[in-house]
Design a protein around this ligand. Sequence first.
Ligand code: C2E
Ligand code: CA
Ligand code: CA
Ligand code: CA
Length: 276
Amino acid sequence: AKETGKNGLCFYTPDINDRLVQYQEITNLLRDALNNDGLELVFQPQISLSERKSDSCEALLRCFNGQSRAVSPAIFIPVAEKSGLINRIGDWVIEAACKQLNAWKKTPLENLRVDINLSGRQLTNPHLANHILETLKRYELEPHQLGVELTENEVFGSDENQTRQLEKLKEAGLHISIDDFGTGYSSLVYLRKLPVCGIKIDRSFLQHAMQNNADMAIMEAMITVGHSLGLSVLVEGVETDEQAQLVTDLGCDLAQGFLYAKPMPAQKMEEFLASF
Ligand code: C2E
Ligand code: CA
Ligand code: CA
Ligand code: CA
């Protein structure tokens, strides 16, 4: 059973009886989307807090069903990971991001870096780094124009071969960030050893920091550690002016959230950045 939300998003009920059906439905939907042009990237700017500018954005995947309603990636990505479709979907994302970067060449957006989300499963592909670098070349792009985001568990849970893929990308010049920072089992020792450029602090910390001293302290500590390791620090989910002020006061480098912009299609990015 699914309900259609106000903004056309489908919310799937967690009812156990429906789960198998949903799994099948979503898998079919994803296959169909892959074969029939039903996937799209939307982009959300990452905002520099000291200069009020944006040099990078995050690419987020959208999947449309027949009635052109979007299913949330929070629902379909886990299904894609389970079914193995994530490799095809991940390749589609790499291709689409590079295609977009190429289309932005010689426009005001030509220096905008695009960060894609990688799934841990993609890292198990020993050709991933080469595949990304070849795709960049094919679209006549420099490696620093692309970034990748991975969660702590995906990175810290990885073996040597997987870390090697990340190292290769970092050496080539891609920007690497740890996503949802603070929610996984991060070890600060590993953080120092890993090929990482920045951390993105999960929005749950910001949500609670306003009311909760412990969360505020944790956020401060994460920012301090990030900076002392030479990493850029972004806070996710900034929705209010009050939150923007807080993360600025705490010394964060970057912010991302609905206060600045919701994820938007590529054509909208040009307008947004021109008037920002
Ligand atoms: P994420 O990587 O942590 O992405 C941030 C999510 O927070 C996005 O949800 C974004 O729309 C949302 N968001 C941004 N600003 C705000 C805010 O101020 N408030 C609130 N409440 N939310 C905000 P989205 O697009 O639904 O994506 C959900 C998750 O799906 C992502 O979380 C990511 O884990 C996964 N995902 C999305 N695209 C891809 C992809 O291409 N590949 C992979 N592997 N995963 C993806
Ligand atoms: Ca992300
Ligand atoms: Ca995140
Ligand atoms: Ca995530």
